[in-house]
Design a protein around this ligand. Structure first.
Ligand code: FES
Length: 500
């Protein structure tokens, strides 16, 4: 696996694993942005909070983002208004704007390279320019300026990238160093008296809000908040209502000063960029290459695609890549996250499906969860309702997605195994082997040792794919991911792979 520039350049506080029987008002499961923010906001309201993280704080999706905190989510408002009506589209903007401002408030006391900057969505393709114009019109019709959101059609030149034909600008958004921000949140939790535990993977949650860890600890609480990217196990059936995707990031040095704004294209190859202050004036972060988890064999090629884009955009032969990393996100069928009480229990709260905009959407989610815990009304409750099924279109898309998943189950019987057996597996290489007629997942580590696992996901039995760029076993069905030796990286699975 590769470390993101953010995780490599921040020092996270360390915490012990949970042990024994604990009690609290709220137990938060997951030490990413949503978990940390929810825990902090709930503690600031006077709740007694325990936070359990399965691995290290901030080490999963939150520490691997682009670090953009913005209510501009590529193009979304025209589509939201069409699909859900103006009122909901406006509420979505208000929620995300509130998320941006809450990050600004919390970030005031954290040294995290937080700066205000414009956010652009642009295209270099004249055939797509009308979509930008439609987004500008939608934001005007929705009256987003009344919310304090300054939106305008931008001059193509101000984006700072070659070939832009049309762009929309949101002023006064935020970019920050996610690693430093998460470390600051974790320290703030300690100051607020939150009991934080790492290496405490939760494997079970009861309807009464009791959670149990694989190490044998348990927490009884009035509310269990599952902030684990996708809720663990079968909770709420969210695994069947979302789709996992992976994106790739690189930190590079350009031959000239990097564009100062944040930008994302709507071109065939989506590219998301922002300045990289740690890399000096020429430092740039580039993210893109998204695909559904576990569905691409040549994941290394996704990094190369980003490098090639930098080379052609800035006309250089060599691109100095200083960091590379990838991240997982979940998309929902109706474009809205699920936040709040689950269908099975009012004691279990979730936040999932942030659609790659987790810093703003996730902070808004934490504010909503804080209000649920405090017993207060919140204007976004219905918008993000975690108990909704969705309209006919959402249901149809859900059915289509689940048919895809069924195909992934079937594909397990057809997977290609590496030729030549284990002896031909080079150091750092992994893949499927045929061993005495059965398929085994194998990986040769850098000391030459061979690790063999059952390449069957422990969540619901889907066939896993080897991800060579990250050296992980990835599940195409609902996105669980495992290390070469079978340890869980991302749920919903709660059990490691079986050794072979
Ligand atoms: Fe559900 Fe793998 S994540 S089967």
């Amino acid at each position: 696996m590769n470390d993101s520039v953010w995780l490599a350049t921040a020092t996270m506080p360390r915490f012990e694993a949970a042990a024994g029987e604990l009690r609290a008002d709220v137990v938060v499961v997951g030490g990413g942005l949503i978990g940390l923010t929810t825990a902090l906001l709930a503690a600031q309201e006077g709740a007694e909070v325990v936070l359990l993280e399965g691995g290290r704080i901030g080490a999963r999706t939150s520490g691997n983002t682009t670090g953009k905190v913005t209510a501009q989510h590529s193009l979304i408002y025209a589509d939201l208004a069409k699909r859900h009506g103006s009122e909901k589209a406006e509420l979505y903007a208000a929620a995300n704007l509130a998320g941006v401002e809450e990050v600004a408030r919390l970030g005031e006391s954290i040294d995290c390279e937080l700066i205000r900057a414009p956010a652009y969505t642009y295209t270099t393709d004249p055939d797509r320019a009308h979509r930008i114009a439609a987004e500008v019109a939608a934001t005007t019709e929705l009256g987003l300026s009344a919310l304090g959101l300054d939106v305008a059609l931008a001059d193509a030149g101000e984006v700072g990238l070659p070939g832009v034909v049309e762009a929309i600008r949101f002023d006064n958004q935020i970019q920050l160093h996610p690693g430093l921000y998460l470390a600051g949140l974790a320290s703030a939790l300690v100051d607020e008296g939150v009991r934080v535990y790492e290496h405490s993977r939760v494997v079970d949650v009861s309807r009464k809000g009791r959670v149990s860890t694989e190490g044998g600890a348990a927490v009884d609480a009035r509310y269990a908040v599952l902030a684990t990217l996708l809720p663990i196990g079968m909770t709420g059936g969210y695994f069947a209502r979302t789709r996992p995707s992976r994106s790739y990031g690189i930190a590079v040095q350009l031959p000239e000063p990097a564009p100062r704004g944040m930008a994302i294209s709507i071109d065939e190859q989506v590219r998301s960029t922002r300045p990289w202050p740690g890399g000096g004036p020429n430092g740039l972060i580039v993210v893109g290459g998204s695909h559904e988890t576990g569905t691409v064999e040549d994941t290394q090629g996704r990094y190369q695609g980003l490098i090639d884009w930098v080379a052609s955009t800035w006309g250089v032969d060599e691109v100095a890549v200083e960091y590379r990393w990838s991240a997982q996100d979940y998309n929902t069928v109706d474009m809205l996250p699920y936040v709040g009480r689950t269908p099975e229990s009012s004691a279990i709260l979730v936040a999932t499906g942030m659609r790659k905009w987790g810093l703003s959407n996730g902070t808004a989610a934490a504010m909503l969860l804080r209000d649920v815990i405090a017993g207060r009304d919140n204007p976004w409750t219905e918008l993000y309702d975690a108990r909704r099924i969705g309209g006919p279109r959402a249901v149809a898309e859900m059915v289509k997605d689940n048919l895809k998943v069924s195909k992934a189950f079937a594909a397990g019987h057809l997977r290609r195994t590496l030729k030549g057996g284990a002896d031909h597996l080079e150091v750092g290489q992994g893949g499927l082997l045929d061993v005495d007629g059965s398929t085994v997942g194998a990986y040769r580590d850098h000391d030459g040792n061979l690790h063999k696992v059952s390449p069957v996901c422990t969540h619901m039995g889907c066939a896993l794919s080897w991800n060579p760029a990250e050296s992980t076993w990835d599940c195409p069905c609902h996105g669980s991911r495992f290390t070469p030796t079978g340890t869980i990286l991302d749920g919903p699975a709660t059990k490691p792979l079986h050794p072979r």
